[in-house]
Design a protein around this ligand. Structure first.
Ligand code: 0X9
Ligand code: ZN
Length: 408
């Protein structure tokens, strides 16, 4: 018995120290390309290469740019066929992962934020601990939320309320990290928290005087996030066990608004698998019940990477009743971002990226009735950016997020 316990402990210790770079050879020589398909024969050919579609419309698109991740042999087939015009974005995905992991961040050099913690990636446990620390050091402005629910593997989905909690205050939600590999999304909401605490200390924060509370849930796919940290950097879905033995449902295809109507896959192994039914996932179910019960007047769901403010709808081309207002506000947010480091975000509807149903944004807007909803795709061009991006993305979004909190 003792031996078995020791063996189990050894396995647990190994798992705890596992790092995605230990498994990065899986991506050796893999390519990422951008290609706009113009003919049916090219379409069929590229489909036959079985690409991993990084532009997450779930099916290949004709006449739109597709970002595709290909194995070395699929890529050489593409070259052998000739005359398929494409751009090679990443030549060796393993090398790219290693290079970006090695590049260190500025660690507070010239940064606007004094607390070094915020300048790098963190485990889910470290993020939770930072939330608790914020609540302990700033009890008048930060409160830990009661647990929203548990993930498939049993982690607590949790968050904080930032603001004075005045009766009748407007409530805004920042939900983040529904896609495992999109680490920049956790990083920017934590940066928002860190900068806000610093401004509170300096007496300049709008949270000192405004009747608004921001509810921040920094990661509502903690199992996927940890799996991306320890095992497969490019993991997207949650970690539920599917009926066919594969893992993961795309949490952003699982919400109960026009569920599965467009832009989803029914194959459990696919990146955009929508699950067996709307809200089949404990994570989406718990977070939706929470959102539905809170009376939010605005919500941003954070993703990465592309540099976009996406407004409703994401599943159909009709204009939403709030189109003019959300488009105008989106433009102000784009201008705020641009003013910081000159990064140009796009201000478009979700559907203009590609139609996809069952996402957090459409449910929050249509079913929960929240009037101001965006999905932000944090800027950058790789799901695994160098750590120096944490500061860049955090800084460039902070003024826009502040404007959103005060205005939306
Ligand atoms: O496809 C998604 O879920 C989002 N893009 S990502 O690259 N982060 O995966 C965009 C979702 C936009 N909203 C809707 N289509 N409803
Ligand atoms: Zn995403």
């Amino acid at each position: 018995m003792m031996k078995r316990i020791l063996a189990l402990l050894a396995i647990a210790a190994l798992a705890a120290h596992s790092h995605y770079l230990d498994h990065a050879h899986k991506y050796r020589g893999d390519k990422v390309i951008e290609v706009t398909i113009t003919s049916d024969s090219d379409y069929d050919f590229i489909q036959s290469l079985n690409p991993d579609i990084w532009t997450y419309q779930s099916t290949l698109q004709k006449s739109l740019p597709n970002k595709l991740h290909l194995t070395p042999s699929a890529y050489s087939q593409l070259l052998t066929r000739g005359n398929i015009k494409h751009r090679l974005l990443i030549d060796d995905l393993e090398a790219n992962l290693r290079a970006n992991a090695a590049r260190s961040g500025p660690l507070n050099a010239n940064g606007t934020l004094r607390d070094e913690w915020y300048y790098t990636w963190h485990s889910y446990a470290e993020i939770e601990a930072k939330l608790r620390e914020a609540a302990a050091t700033h009890p008048a402005y930060v409160q830990m939320l009661p647990t929203i629910g548990k993930s498939f593997e049993g982690r607590n989905i949790t968050g904080i309320r930032l603001g004075r909690g005045a009766p009748g205050a407007r409530r805004i939600a920042f939900t983040s990290g529904t896609h495992a590999r999109e680490w920049a999304s956790e990083a920017v909401v934590m940066w928002f928290l860190g900068m806000s605490l610093q401004e509170i200390d300096e007496g300049t924060s709008p949270f000192l005087t405004s009747d608004v509370d921001v509810y921040i849930v920094p990661c509502y796919n903690p199992d996927g996030y940890e799996y991306s940290r320890t095992t497969d950097r490019y993991w997207r879905k949650n970690r539920r066990l599917n009926y066919d033995g594969s893992y993961g449902v795309d949490q952003n295809r699982n919400w109960g608004d026009h569920w599965a109507e467009v832009g989803v896959s029914f194959d459990p192994s696919d990146e955009t698998y929508c699950g067996e039914s709307a809200f089949s996932e404990v994570e989406t179910k718990a977070v939706s019940q929470w959102i539905g019960s809170m009376g939010f007047s605005a919500l941003i769901d954070f993703h990465s990477v592309a540099g976009m403010f996406l407004r409703p709808y994401g599943f159909k081309y009709d204009e939403s009743p709030d189109e003019a207002r959300l488009k105008a506000l989106g433009q102000e947010l784009v201008d705020d971002v641009y003013a910081v480091h000159g990064t140009l975000y796009e201000n478009i509807r979700g559907v203009d990226l590609y139609p996809a149903a069952g996402a957090t944004d459409d449910w929050s807007y249509e079913v929960a009735g929240i009037p101001s909803v965006y999905t932000i795709e944090v800027g950058g061009d790789d799901f695994a950016p160098p750590v120096s991006d944490v500061q860049i993305r955090g800084e460039e979004l902070f003024p826009a997020l502040k404007r959103f909190v005060l205005k939306a």
